[in-house]
Structures are given as structure tokens and as C-alpha cells.
Ligand binder design. Sequence first.
Ligand SMILES: NC(=O)c1ccc[n+]([C@@H]2O[C@H](COP(=O)([O-])OP(=O)(O)OC[C@H]3O[C@@H](n4cnc5c(N)ncnc54)[C@H](OP(=O)(O)O)[C@@H]3O)[C@@H](O)[C@H]2O)c1
Length: 251
Amino acid sequence: MATADITPRVLITGASQGIGKAILLGLARSGHFVLGLSRTRPEEPANRAQSGESDRLDWKPLDLSNAAGVAQCAASLEAMPVRALVLSAVDYGANERHSSTATSAEEWQRVIATNCTGQCVLVSCMLPKLTANSPGIIVNVSSDVALLPGTGRAAYAASKAGLHAMLRAVSAEYPIERLRVYQLVPTFQLVTTGLRRRRPAGFDFSSYADPSVMAEIVEQIVSTSGRSIEPATYLVRRDGTLDPYSEPTQI
Ligand SMILES: NC(=O)c1ccc[n+]([C@@H]2O[C@H](COP(=O)([O-])OP(=O)(O)OC[C@H]3O[C@@H](n4cnc5c(N)ncnc54)[C@H](OP(=O)(O)O)[C@@H]3O)[C@@H](O)[C@H]2O)c1
């Protein structure tokens, strides 16, 4: 059996572009076996063969908007040990900001199915594998709209808040020796394919950060099996520092 078949993998959703792709490549470069999940295959870096990442990088098609398909994909991974799951897939919804009344039934359904339901199904299917490789690690690339009003982006906000709440519940179901859940909330914007598509031609991205900021944090969490950073929700600053976010625990 090849090493890749028995070495626990890191699964990454949204691996074809943006922050997810930066995480996929960053982890492979630092020696982790990774499996990217997305509808389209991530383009390979030009120097991939020389950099020795090839045997550590794998990809599988996954459409998160189809919950039954997510469960099937998870079942197809039955023989694969998994030590970490990174959630970075997103459907941002319609390009322009728009009111809740202007949000179509199709947009509510698609955005919540992709960002919330599909990733919740994946998490629940992967929990037995993750906790079998204790401590299993889940990293959610979250968003400020999960915590604050996402004006003009209600479907996106609802989907991110739903996933955020699901992961808080999951985190409370396990002791940290078995499962460590991280929710990373960027407090700045990053240049990604998804955001480029949403900005007008000629937009000045000079104040936006590179996705490598997020990739380096995830690499630190995964490489130390979460022991260097306490599992929690963090506000991520532009310089890569983390401020713990105080989630309400009682009302
Ligand atoms: N960029 C920012 O400034 C920023 C700021 C705060 C938070 N975030 C968060 O960071 C994360 C990544 O954002 P990003 O800007 O890197 O996104 P992005 O460039 O738009 O990439 C989105 C990824 O999600 C995948 N995806 C979309 N629909 C899918 C579906 N139905 N099934 C499976 N995969 C699907 C896409 O792959 P396929 O199309 O190949 O399926 C792609 O790999 C998101 O959670 C977002 O909320 C981003």
C-alpha cells in the first residue's frame, strides 16, 4: 500500500481557487497529504513536479449543493483516514448586494445548500474518522457576516451563520482531546477569484491581502495538531495575528 493510502489526509473544501487553494497548496508544500474537494479541479502550480508535492496532492469532485451527493462522496472515502477537515467553499450569491426582498428563492436555496447544508453533511459524515485520529481538527474559514448583520447579503449571512452555529454545537459534543474546532473570521478582505468576480473592472485591490495569510494560520494549526492554538473562534488580523472572539455561552 502506498504511503498516501495510510497517512491521514487533510480534506479541504473550496480547494479549486481562492483561500481554499492557497490552503491546499500550502499544506502539501509543508508535507501534509491533502485531498481537495470542489466541482472543478484546482489548476496545478507550474513547479509542482519539482517541488515534490505531487504525491501529496489529490482531488475529488464534490458539489456541496447536493446533500445526497455529499453523503455519497463521504462514503467513497471510507478507506481513507482523515485527520483534519478545512471548510473554505463558498457560494457568495448574486454579484451585487441586494435586499432580502430581492433575494430569489433559488438564491436562498443554492447559497444555504452549498455553504451550510452541504458542509454540515460533510462534517457529520467525517466526525467518526476525525475523532478516530484524535485530536481531529476542523477549521472553518468563516466570515464577519456569521457574527454581524450582512446587509445586502442576507443569503450569504444566513448560510455562514448556520455553519458557524453547527460547528459550535459539534465542538461542544466532544472533549478537546478528541476534536478541536477552529472558526477563523477574517477582519479584512483577500484577493480571491470569487471576490475578483464580484468587483468592477479596474478595481484597486491594493488594500486586499493575499490568501497566504489564511493558509499560514491553517498550516500552523494542522502541523501542531492544534496544540499551538486553543480551539475557538478567532478574529484574524491582517498581519496574521489571532484575537479570540468571545462567543456567548449563556443568556
Ligand atoms: N475573500 C475574502 O475576502 C473573504 C473574506 C472573509 C471570509 N471569506 C471566506 O473565505 C472562504 C473562501 O472564500 P474565497 O473568496 O476564497 O472564495 P472563492 O474564490 O469564491 O472560492 C470558492 C470555492 O468554493 C467552491 N465552491 C463554490 N460552490 C461550490 C459547490 N456548489 N460545491 C463545491 N464547491 C463549491 C469553488 O470551487 P468550484 O467552483 O470548483 O466548485 C471554490 O473553490 C469563504 O468561506 C468565505 O466566506 C473570504
